[in-house]
Write a protein that binds this ligand. Structure first.
Ligand SMILES: CC(C)(COP(=O)(O)OP(=O)(O)OC[C@H]1O[C@@H](n2cnc3c(N)ncnc32)[C@H](O)[C@@H]1OP(=O)(O)O)[C@@H](O)C(=O)NCCC(=O)NCCS
Length: 270
């Protein structure tokens, strides 16, 4: 194995492998960031019922995230100088205080209740060990357009079918999700972690990583990988024009998202 991949961050921020104990925090970051700050879900889904949707999204994603974490290729950034908001959290190393009976909690209140030092995440799995499709069902049930968008992304993949799937274990890494909590956004954490993950995967002799992006920041991160890696867009869904049929009527559910990217990128390490 080649030398350990150096961290791109100052000592304050540590990259650590996500363990199963961390899953509730990972889910909270993914759900909160995507539904309140993600340029698709914060726009295309109704404002009404958003708090409840955040709680439900955590539960719906749990199976897929457990699968990702069990595959040992999911990493997070921990703030080693994190200041706990409550003494009880300090004594346990961090705690999530969401109260699922509180359907009026605001984005700020939910964030304040995420009293733990995990601040940014990137979850991924070996492409040959795809989660069973049934694990995605709860997400699609909660957010039906997630399923339709994913289908459109797969249908638009320009690669030959045999190039889309790895043949062997350890060949292609699939990045499932990236998120930084908003109080740590724009500090280079997603970029640092994303590029570190590419290098770490190459160190483990993967040939490349596939990434679905739904945010301009991540398109920038993964279309500009560290040398000598090269990136290519292999699927591109035009959200403004994306059409589905509801009750026999054609609608464009993501029209308000405008030019937000919804793309699949393949980064080759060769
Ligand atoms: C997208 C997200 C992960 C970015 O995290 P972050 O830690 O703030 O990102 P970084 O600070 O590392 O920024 C990465 C790059 O994107 C740029 N960037 C940051 N926010 C941006 C934005 N809103 N639009 C365009 N570019 C942006 C940065 O300037 C940086 O570019 P640089 O290389 O020139 O410095 C975070 O905003 C997030 O979690 N959003 C909600 C969840 C989501 O949409 N996830 C994506 C689903 S695929």
């Amino acid at each position: 194995m080649r030398q350990a991949t150096p961290s791109p961050f100052p000592d304050r921020f540590e990259i650590r492998k996500i363990e199963s104990n961390d899953i509730p925090w990972v889910l909270a970051i993914l759900a909160h960031s995507n539904l309140y700050c993600g340029p698709i879900w914060s726009v295309a889904l109704p404002q009404e019922g958003r708090t409840e949707r955040v709680y439900k999204f955590c539960r719906a994603m749990e199976g897929v995230i457990r699968h990702n974490v069990a595959d040992n290729f999911s990493y997070g950034v921990w703030d080693t100088e994190y200041k706990f908001k409550r003494p009880e959290s300090a004594s346990t190393g961090g705690k999530l205080y969401w109260d699922e009976s509180n359907l009026d909690a605001t984005s700020e209140q939910l964030l304040e209740q995420m009293d733990f030092p995990l601040v940014s995440v990137a979850v991924a799995f070996d492409g040959l060990k795809k989660p069973d499709t049934s694990l995605y069902d709860p997400i699609i049930e909660l957010i039906p357009i997630f399923g339709k968008l994913t289908q459109a992304m797969d249908a638009g993949d320009i690669r030959k079918p045999e190039e889309r799937k790895p043949r062997l274990l350890g060949e292609m890494l699939f990045r499932f999700g990236t998120a930084t909590r908003p109080d740590y956004a724009k500090h280079g954490l997603a970029k640092g972690l994303g590029h570190w993950l590419l290098k770490e995967a190459a160190r483990h002799r993967f040939l490349g990583m596939q990434i679905g992006v739904a945010h301009a920041a991540l398109e920038k991160v993964f279309m500009n990988p560290p040398a000598p890696f090269t990136a290519k867009i292999v699927s591109d869904v035009n959200l403004a024009e994306f059409e589905v049929e509801e009750d026999g009527v054609k609608v464009k559910p993501c029209a308000a998202c405008g030019d937000v990217p919804f793309k699949k990128i393949y980064v080759s390490f060769g």
